[in-house]
Design a protein around this ligand. Structure first.
Ligand code: PLP
Length: 344
């Protein structure tokens, strides 16, 4: 979900970019008015996340899935550690294995990823530890930045800009923008400059982070429209009070909805309470009401709820509460849950 004004402002620029008579979809990325878009987007990412000196922010194509490959290509020398917290973590591990040894420090796969493993240790000799901060499909989240004795890399595709992040703890943070920043087509990557260039292998130009850092995301044609939409959304986040305000809102939405899931006799949450995601709130019918799953889906859909079907690997329901989701939107779902409970 994106704020309405972000969509509207993008639509205006698609019709007429900065009064040029050309569409944002027609201009060259070398057009003089486009460089300021990239510059401002980069500056806003740095400002909103308080990115320290010595880091670069780049915008790439290929989605978070391409980063599963670019991360080990650029950072894996011999051995890397991965925390296996879900489908996306597993996919990241699969790519890393093409480049070296992969140590799975812990996994909750046997429990269908219903919790974040605790009490694990990272081998001291790994090149980095890779984590997935929010598990979009299973609805678990690590909302604190870890303290680990090795370099840290995070896939923040579904919770970036939802809370303040201590960027200094990371060598690399990446996020496919389509969950919580922009439309599909752009990936944001935050890199610690002095972590680059250590991998011993030749790296194809397009897959080498240094190419894009050196050329300021303009080595080749970047995804122009999605970067523009990201810029509009970054402006919106700033106007709302920044990531601190997003954090507060996220916690408020989550408290409301989990409160109702726990209270309502028909429903129950799917993951360990302490690991509950505030971004993707997953719930199922209580066993004795299992046959009401389809009727509730139809009831809620008729009430205007969109996209609440859970991922097939969890079933039930998933209420994705990204930054633009309003308290009223969450309340509407709660109202539907309460009305359905009364009817049943
Ligand atoms: C959606 C998602 C991905 C995959 O993103 P693409 O941009 O489609 O490649 C990776 N990681 C997480 C956490 C996601 O939610």
């Amino acid at each position: 979900m994106l704020p309405r004004e972000v969509i509207e402002n993008t639509a205006k620029q698609i019709l007429d970019f900065n009064g040029s008579g050309l569409s944002l979809a027609e201009i060259s990325h070398r057009a003089k008015d486009f460089q300021p878009v990239v510059d401002e987007a980069e500056a806003l990412v740095k400002e909103l996340l308080a990115v320290p000196e010595g880091y670069s922010v780049i915008f790439l194509g290929g989605g978070a899935s391409l980063e599963f490959c670019m991360v080990p290509y650029n950072f894996l020398i011999k051995k890397a550690a991965y925390l296996n917290t879900g489908t996306w973590a597993k996919k990241a591990m699969k790519e890393a294995k093409l480049f070296g040894e992969v140590v799975e420090v812990a996994s909750s796969a046997d429990a269908n990823y219903t919790f974040i493993p605790k009490g694990w240790e990272v081998p001291a000799d790994v090149d980095y530890l890779h984590i997935t901060s929010n598990n979009t499909i299973y609805g678990t989240e690590m909302r604190k930045d870890l303290d680990v004795p090795v370099r840290l890399i995070a896939d923040m595709s579904s919770d970036i800009f939802s809370r303040p992040v201590d960027v200094a703890k990371y060598d690399c943070i990446y996020a496919g923008a389509q969950k919580n920043l922009s439309m599909a087509g752009v990936t944001i990557v935050i890199l610690k400059n002095d972590a680059l260039g250590r991998a011993p292998r030749p790296i194809p130009t397009m897959l080498d982070y240094r190419t894009h850092v050196e050329k300021g995301s303009m080595f080749n044609t970047p995804p122009v429209v999605p970067i523009y939409t990201a810029l509009e959304n970054l402006r919106w986040i700033k106007a709302q009070g920044g990531v601190e305000a997003m954090d507060k809102l996220a916690l408020q939405r989550a408290e409301m909805l989990y409160g109702e899931i726990d209270r309502n006799k028909l429903f129950k949450g799917t993951v360990a309470e302490e690991d509950r995601s505030v971004m993707n709130i997953c719930f199922v019918m209580n066993e004795e009401y299992a046959e009401l799953e389809k009727p509730f889906f139809e009831f809620a859909t008729a009430k205007g709820m969109v996209g609440i079907k859970g991922h097939r690997s969890v079933g039930g329901f998933r209420a994705s509460c990204y930054n633009a989701q309003t308290i009223e939107g969450v309340q509407a779902l709660i109202d539907a849950m309460q009305e359905f409970e009364k009817n049943n």
